[in-house]
Design a protein around this ligand. Structure first.
Ligand SMILES: Cc1ncc(COP(=O)(O)O)c(C=O)c1O
Length: 370
């Protein structure tokens, strides 16, 4: 029986044609302030989706987050508040800026707890980065309100949430800047890639500078920056993928509905990401298992179902952060989530038969272990 991966990009003839067009043109990248033809085309589609004034394409979600911190001037001595239940990139960009990540706990829906954020604010706080974990929007009203009371910029880590909405507004448009990833597993992909959305003209200008070693004219650097440019082949791919986003989201929603109907009410299992005021894009379909998570995971792997655990180690407990002294902090919900969650395949490339196998495999594993 073939292995069902936890994630697989859906790529077709249109993606192939777009990449071949770049190859035929010989213009693989464009080291200008504005970027190449496909970079601008892709940025236009991100802007249109979000209704944002600016979109800036970069070569990873990490680069997107780092660019925003650079553009905002986050520096040594500053603190940036982040969740620990996230991919480690959210915190690494803070360290890379010379600042201190301040880790806060999540709610049972896996997103940043706004009350914990409020409690963590100090005079050194220079930004907060809520993450829309698994593609489910965080409590943005509460986070924005707490941040605004202290004039702290909010940066969304929307790496996993392209297309998700919160009270009718797209994620990435709910803050000073929204950062997307187009890594191979993501809702829209370019293999590696990222994008930033903002309504702030000055910030957008700085982000374009950071992406291109601070250059507008060749070789004259106006601002500290890096090579964070998205290559044209990636931009062409992502541009086609943007056109398919609606279809991808429908398929993810349909797959999630099927899984919920079949597995979410089993004894010992709970599904916690649902609220009427926001939409979930199901980058990952994640269940909370009261016990024996690792046994269920092993049983699913034996059944060739590629389930996985995100995030097995809270960021502040990874070796790097433990070595830096962050690991002693107790974040109850974060640590519980890391011990108890499991994600099942939900991507749009799944056939009906695949989905049936995922659900059957899970029910069997649950019956034996929960
Ligand atoms: C929550 C989160 N933040 C940041 C990133 C970093 O994105 P990238 O891998 O494109 O650098 C990812 C994805 O990998 C992510 O899931």
């Amino acid at each position: 029986m073939s292995f069902i991966p936890i994630n697989r990009p859906l790529l077709g003839e249109e993606e192939r044609a777009a990449v071949e067009d770049v190859l035929a043109s010989g213009k693989l990248t464009d080291a200008s302030y504005e970027g190449g033809k496909y970079v601008r085309e892709f940025e236009g589609k991100v802007k249109a989706l979000l209704g944002a004034r600016h979109a800036v394409a970069v070569n990873s979600g990490t680069a997107a987050l780092h660019s925003v911190l650079m553009a905002l001037g986050v520096k040594p001595g500053d603190e940036v508040i982040v969740p620990s239940f996230t991919f480690v990139a959210t915190a690494n960009v803070v360290l890379a800026s010379g600042a201190r990540p301040v880790f806060v706990d999540t709610k049972p829906d896996y997103n940043m707890d706004p009350r914990e954020f409020r409690r963590a604010i100090t005079r050194k706080t220079k930004a907060v980065i809520p993450v829309h974990v698994f593609g489910y929007p965080a409590d943005m009203d509460e986070i924005r309100e707490a941040a605004a009371s202290k004039s702290i910029p909010v940066i969304e880590d929307a790496a996993e949430s392209m297309g998700a909405t919160y009270k009718g507004t797209q994620t990435g448009r709910l803050s000073s800047a929204g950062c997307f990833s187009m890594y191979a597993s993501k809702v829209v992909t370019s293999g590696e890639g990222g994008a930033i959305s903002t309504d702030d003209d000055e910030l957008a200008d700085k982000l374009r500078l950071v992406r291109n070693h601070g250059m507008v004219e060749h070789n004259d650097s106006r601002h500290l920056g890096f090579n964070y440019r998205l290559p044209e082949m990636g931009a062409a791919l992502a541009s086609v993928q943007m056109d398919r986003l609606g279809g991808f989201l429908d398929a993810r929603a349909k797959n999630a509905k099927y899984l919920t109907e079949r597995v979410a009410s089993v004894e010992g299992v709970s599904f916690t990401q649902k609220s009427g005021d926001r939409t979930h894009v199901y980058y990952l379909y994640t269940l909370y298992l009261r016990k024996n998570r690792d046994r269920v995971l092993a049983a699913l792997h034996s059944a060739n179902v590629g389930s996985a655990v995100y995030f097995q180690i809270p960021a502040h407990k990874t070796q790097l952060y433990a070595r830096l002294g962050y690991g002693r902090k107790v974040l109850k919900n974060t640590e519980a989530a890391s011990k108890h969650v499991i994600s099942l395949p939900v991507h749009p490339g799944l056939s009906e038969a695949d989905l049936g196998r995922v659900a059957d495999g899970f029910l069997r594993a649950a019956k034996e272990n929960l």
